[in-house]
Design a protein around this ligand. Structure first.
Ligand code: ATP
Ligand code: MG
Length: 458
């Protein structure tokens, strides 16, 4: 027999800028690897967002190696230097372990360590704890590759201890599982539930950003259904929805299961997914049963909108997101207009973009209901969408500003400045939307003269 030696193909192809940072450190006699998210994403066949490097060089040594390049001393005391290579930033971090954690979130200090495996051991999950260098190959001391292949999120080390060090990891676990539609390994999952109250120590901004990340994943519904009590720690409004039976022919599922399915049924954009998460929060408080035992939820959109506004304020949401989500929740159950005038008024009130989003919300809500409800709602929704496109194509008048005549025109016709101007413009808009009046300067001017005469006579 004889040995056949084959060159192993590289597991991961580094982009030029990252390859150069690694090789310059190596050329100066240090070890260097790309590490963390970029290794995970490459092994999954996804394009990494950014490439992080770790090294046994101290921050001072890193600064010396890259003295001819622009560097940013990002987090020097945590061992991180950002190097601009070919104008692209690469974070270079010295192998380190974290000291004791204060407030379940921030390590009190960090210490630099001599080898890569110790550095990998401080990282959160096995799939995030791998390093790779073209020269040294893959370092996978905790079974990250195997967990990637099996689709598992598993803590590095003892799950309880790891969540107690840093409570944010609870939501990071759900986010990575949601993003890749992975399962959470049993011990890690128990520890997430047991330690969920640690989320009380996490800042609103972090909670909100992780929440959006979880909701926008492919496995969002599995996370919402599997870990409702975790979400309820910072959104107690969801607790009454869990297991709340609806007792009507439109629904097969309890409120929370319906919610989770509705989240998954809409495009993965934060506003839309947040709207689905919150659209039925008001249901338990509005529940009534009629003589035949059928469940009703009169007024729930308003209650849900109030809950959404409260949650988003607590999570310090930006105003644009909050107002969009609250509007969508408030209107999610409205009957859609069936006339051109009604559609014009709706577009005038909410704006074109929000109405488009409202259709998406209604479609997703419907997709998570019973087949009977789906059947009943399909046609009206389709017809409303056609009407919407038609009205837009014809440049209908949606707001007073869309009229071919304005307040100054009214004054030049002879109306005295004052509140009558607004009244007449609103009347003109209503008539244009009803199709009773053409949106042209002549037609509007003629009609205004009549309306002004009426105003003066009354
Ligand atoms: P993303 O694609 O979301 O950026 P990522 O894995 O790059 O994913 P980062 O938050 O950028 O995530 O962190 C980079 C790496 O640092 C992670 O892969 C992980 O190894 C480590 N890490 C980040 N946050 C923590 C944490 N809270 N606890 C332990 N390790 C962490
Ligand atoms: Mg990253």
């Amino acid at each position: 027999t004889h040995l056949i030696t084959m060159n192993q193909p590289p597991l991961i192809t580094l982009p030029e800028h990252a390859r150069r940072v690694v090789s310059q450190l190596e050329d100066h006699g240090f070890e260097a690897y790309v590490v963390g998210g970029c290794v995970r994403d490459s092994l999954l066949g996804d394009e990494p967002k950014d490439w992080d490097v770790c090294t046994n060089a101290t921050p001072e040594q890193v600064l010396r190696v890259f003295r001819r390049r622009p560097v940013i001393k990002t987090g020097l005391k945590h061992g991180t230097v950002t190097v601009l290579e070919q104008r692209r930033p690469v974070e270079v971090t010295t192998y380190r372990i974290d000291g004791d954690y204060v407030d379940n979130r921030h390590p009190e200090s960090v210490s630099f360590v001599g080898n890569i495996t110790e550095d990998l051991a401080r990282r959160d999950f096995t799939i995030n704890a791998m390093a790779y260098s073209p020269k040294r190959g893959l370092v996978d001391a905790f079974g990250g590759q195997e967990d990637l292949a099996r689709g598992l999120i598993r803590c590095v080390g003892e799950p309880d201890a790891r969540f107690q060090e840093d409570g944010l990891r609870i939501l990071r676990a759900l986010r990575f599982a949601g993003r890749y539609d992975f399962a959470i390994e049993a011990e890690t999952a128990y520890a997430i539930r047991r330690n969920r109250l640690l989320l009380e120590n996490i800042s609103a901004e972090r909670l909100f950003s992780e929440l959006k990340g979880i909701l926008c994943g492919r496995g969002a519904s599995a996370m919402l259904r599997g870990f409702p009590e975790v979400f309820a720690v910072f959104m107690p409004e969801i607790a009454p929805c869990i297991g709340f039976e609806q007792h009507n022919p439109y629904h097969l599922y309890d409120v929370w299961t319906h919610t989770a399915l509705a989240v998954q049924a809409i495009a993965p954009e934060p506003v839309l997914r947040l709207a689905m998460l919150m659209h039925d929060l008001g249901k338990p408080a509005c529940f009534t049963q009629d003589a035949r035992g059928v469940g009703h939820f009169h007024g729930h959109p308003q209650k849900s909108a109030e809950a959404a506004a409260a949650i988003l304020a607590r999570l310090k949401s930006d105003n644009a997101t909050r107002s969009a989500v609250v509007t969508l929740v408030e209107h999610h159950d409205d009957a859609l207009p069936t006339t051109r005038a009604g559609m014009c008024r709706l577009i005038g009130k909410l704006g074109e973009q929000r109405v488009r989003q409202l259709f998406e919300v209604k479609k997703a809500d419907n997709a998570a209901q019973s087949p009977y409800a789906q059947e009943r709602n399909r046609e009206p929704l389709l017809e409303a969408r056609c009407l919407f496109e038609e009205v837009l194509e014809q440049h209908g008048a949606f707001r007073i500003g869309d009229l071919a005549l304005n307040g100054r025109d009214l004054i030049s016709i002879g109306l005295r400045p004052g509140p009558a101007i607004g009244r007449i413009l609103a009347a003109l808009l209503a008539e244009v939307q009803d199709g009773a009046l053409a949106n042209t300067q002549e037609a509007l001017a003629a009609r205004s003269r009549a309306l002004i005469a009426e105003e003066e006579n009354s």
